[in-house]
Design a protein around this ligand. Structure first.
Ligand code: API
Length: 318
């Protein structure tokens, strides 16, 4: 499979690292809006405008959801199959429709909104609902760095650098584990802590307001905004750990509670997200080879397609 990487931030770098471990995939290049000569990538870098001139089986799009993917995914799927990590949960149906229309027009396939949440966590929610229909599902994130929220803060005018930590409230986790989580609001479950380096002339109060009132990202949470300088940012906020859990609590008969718990502990959120995206690129290409066109999500891929193993090997070993 010939794979292209579009965008070379944290996620793009993670995809490059993941691709170098795959024996069935070839990294064709990194495609960037910056001057390709300025990239320190390990595989060749090209201008994004060059992408249509390359032979690509799947492009993995590594831009942010807040502004990049909403335009790039429907645009690039006109040239080749794509995988993206669009993670503004509330806008996924709308993004799906736009990518689906563009993909069908040009006879391509796309897989959107993958990674671990949305992505693996979404799969676990579906599995929970299928197995324990009389139940509730809750998700806790962190403590860790949300790439989506950090990116959204960085798009605010006057912000130079930013990182957002999602912090689960332990009392809410315990409540959910006891099966008493009904009615918990986003605010009851998580705290959001932002560390921001602002431009010297920026209006900090305006930045703070823009963050705490941002729909889909912050308005439903308790959010703390801390302004720090570049040196402190470099010293304390460059690692990107994350993780979390999906908990399905349900009953198979009235006095028989059952709990399904899927959890992740990640030293690098971008490298893990990238690893999921690479597996999904393999699955998408397999679906494409078997005639699937248009937009899909991870729900639509047979799970066996994610691996390079044959059905016989899977039955024998797993
Ligand atoms: C949070 C989660 C992060 C999900 C993972 C991924 C990301 O609030 O921390 O942006 O890192 N929604 N979508």
């Amino acid at each position: 499979m010939k794979i292209a990487i579009v965008g070379y931030g944290n996620l793009g770098r993670g995809v490059e690292t993941a691709l170098l471990q795959q024996s069935d995939m070839e990294a064709v290049g990194v495609f960037t809006r910056r001057d390709p000569a300025t990239l320190d990538s390990r595989i060749p870098a090209y201008a994004l405008a060059d992408l249509p001139h390359h032979e690509i089986d799947v492009a993995i799009l590594c831009g942010g959801s807040a502004t990049d993917l909403i335009e790039q995914s429907p645009d690039i799927v006109r040239h080749c199959n794509i995988v993206d990590s669009f993670d503004t949960h509330a806008r996924i149906p709308e993004h799906f429709a736009a990518v689906d229309a563009a993909a069908r027009e040009t006879d391509h396939a796309a897989l959107i909104s993958t990674g671990w949440d949305p992505g693996l966590f979404s799969l676990m929610r579906v599995l929970g609902a299928a197995v324990l229909p009389d139940g509730t599902v809750d998700t806790f994130w962190g403590k860790g760095v949300s790439q989506g929220h950090s990116d959204a803060v960085r798009r605010i005018p006057g912000v130079v650098k930013a990182v957002q930590y999602t912090i689960p409230k332990e009392s809410a986790v315990a409540q959910v584990e006891r099966g008493e989580g009904a009615g918990l609001t986003p605010r009851d479950k998580h705290l959001r802590e932002c560390y921001v380096v602002a431009a010297a002339d920026a209006d900090r109060e305006a930045i703070r307001q823009a963050i705490v009132s941002m729909p889909n990202y912050f308005d439903e949470y308790d959010t703390q905004v801390n302004f720090i300088d570049e040196a402190e940012f470099k010293a304390k906020h460059t690692a990107m750990p994350h993780g979390g859990q999906v908990i399905r609590h349900g009953y198979t008969s009235p006095d028989t509670p059952q709990v399904m718990n899927f959890s992740l502990t990640l030293a690098s959120n971008p490298e893990f997200t990238a690893s999921v995206n690479v597996a999904c690129a393999r699955g998408l290409y397999r679906a494409y080879q078997e005639g699937k066109r248009g937009c899909m999500t991870i729900f639509d891929l047979p799970i066996s397609y994610l691996t390079g193993l044959s059905a016989e090997e899977l039955r024998k070993n797993w």
